[in-house]
Structure formats: structure tokens, C-alpha cells
Design a binder for this molecule. Structure first.
Ligand code: DX5
Ligand code: ZN
Length: 231
């Protein structure tokens, strides 16, 4: 599937809840993927962290490649790494469909986004709470997706930062309907309706799914809350 097909598929599925693979059971990845597919996940959000850009270390290309072998669903790869331009080809070759870089992590985000698109992948730009939006606004023409963080990147289970809602509304106003808007961090039953109402189409959820005993029930409830919140 091309990056463009993947983006179109996700736009059609919106509002879509994307499980964030950070708090899942990596010792049973095949079973986790099966459970999440049965639960109706539209895509998987993969949290890649390098211990430099964020004070946490997770996984890289081998896990992306393992997931590629386990599922046909889109892989939405969130690169929380310094100078992501160093690894674009490797993540493409590992099976990523969307590559999202952080505006704070590279000197030339527009050039990196162009490279991602040139590889046929969906190009996403993420922004942490507190980072001024103007860096993202300057790159909008090179983005297929903007990821507005509602927690500081680095850890699951953090409290939702409501200031992210206004940032989503502002990006929708500037970019129009072309841009796929994603939110990530602290999204749960209490906050997902507001995220969808603000215009977020992809809603990344970690603890709200992985701390539930029944992934399907959690995902269905969250999707229904997002749909009723959507305006
Ligand atoms: C944080 C990650 C998020 C996080 C979401 O750096 O990008 O995807 O895992 O987890 P929750 O939903 O628990 O905030
Ligand atoms: Zn993430």
C-alpha cells in the first residue's frame, strides 16, 4: 500500500482510534496484534524513542519489521528521535507506511518531510506541548499529517494537556480539510470526545486500551465516544 493509499484509508476510517504500541506486551506481540485486529484497530501507532530526543528508549527497525510480518494494517511510525533524517530509508525498508518526525528534532523539517514523501510514505510532523506552532505552520505544505501531542513525548500514562485542543483547531483552520490531524497522549474516555470535536481524526491511545482487560470493549467504546464528539 502506498503512503497515499494509507492516508486515504485512515481519513475514511476517521475518527479512528490507533493503539499505541508502547505499553503492550512485547513478549506476546503476535497475540497482541491479533487481539487488537479483532478489536477493530484501523492502524498501529509505533512509538520509536532513542533516549536522546526523549528521556526514554523503546525500539527501532527490528520491531517495525516484526510488526510488518504480523499485520497488513497501516503502520503509523512516530519517530521520537534526534535527526530522524538518518534513518528514513531503514524505517521505510522495515515496513513503515507513515513516518512522523518531530519539528523539534531536526534543523530542516521541510526537507525531511519531502524525503519521506519522495520514498512514497505518508509524511507527518509532530509537535510537543509548549513548542510554538509556527515551525509546523511553515511546513504545512510538506505534511500529509500533523500530530499534536497532548502530553510531552516520551511516556505513556501522562495527564492530558487541554491546550492541545486549541492547537488542533488552529491547524485545521490554517490547513483546511486536506491535512490529516492526529492527537497523541492522555486520550481516554474523558478526553476523546473533545479531541474529535476539535478536529482530530486519528486518536492515539495507549493506557486507555492496554490497561483494560478487554481491548475490544475499550476500543469500541472509545471509537463511539470519538464519533459522538465529532462535529
Ligand atoms: C508518548 C507516546 C504516546 C503514548 C500514549 O510519547 O507518543 O503514543 O504512548 O500513551 P497514553 O495514551 O497512555 O498517554
Ligand atoms: Zn506516539
Amino acid at each position: 500500500m502506498s503512503g497515499r493509499d494509507c492516508l486515504d484509508r485512515l481519513a475514511q476510517a476517521s475518527p479512528a482510534v490507533l493503539p499505541s504500541l508502547l505499553l503492550c506486551d512485547f513478549g506476546n506481540l503476535e497475540r497482541e496484534v491479533e487481539r487488537l485486529e479483532e478489536a477493530g484497530a484501523a492502524a498501529f501507532h509505533l512509538d520509536v524513542m532513542d533516549g536522546q530526543f526523549v528521556p526514554n528508549l523503546t525500539y527501532g527497525m527490528p520491531i517495525v519489521a516484526a510488526l510488518r510480518r504480523l499485520t497488513r494494517l497501516p503502520l503509523d511510525v512516530h519517530l521520537m528521535i534526534e535527526r530522524p533524517e538518518r534513518y528514513l530509508r531503514e524505517f521505510r525498508d522495515s515496513g513503515a507506511d507513515l513516518l512522523t518526525i518531530h519539528v523539534e528534532a531536526t534543523a530542516e523539517p521541510a526537507a525531511v518531510l519531502r524525503s519521506i514523501r519522495d520514498m512514497g510514505l505518508g509524511a507527518g510532523l509532530a509537535v510537543n506541548p509548549g513548542t510554538p506552532l509556527d515551525g509546523v505552520e511553515r511546513c504545512l505544505e510538506f505534511c500529509d499529517l500533523a500530530l499534536v501531542m497532548s502530553v510531552p513525548a516520551g511516556f505513556g500514562g501522562q495527564p492530558f494537556d487541554r491546550a492541545a485542543l486549541e492547537r488542533v483547531r488552529r491547524l485545521r483552520q490554517l490547513a483546511g480539510d486536506r491535512l490529516l490531524l492526529e492527537m497523541d497522549g492522555g486520550i481516554n474516555d474523558a478526553t476523546i470526545g473533545d479531541c474529535a470535536a476539535a478536529g482530530a481524526q486519528l486518536l492515539v491511545v495507549g493506557s486507555g486500551i492496554f490497561r483494560a482487560s478487554d481491548y475490544g470493549e475499550a476500543l469500541r467504546r472509545l471509537t463511539s465516544l470519538a464519533s459522538s464528539g465529532k462535529r
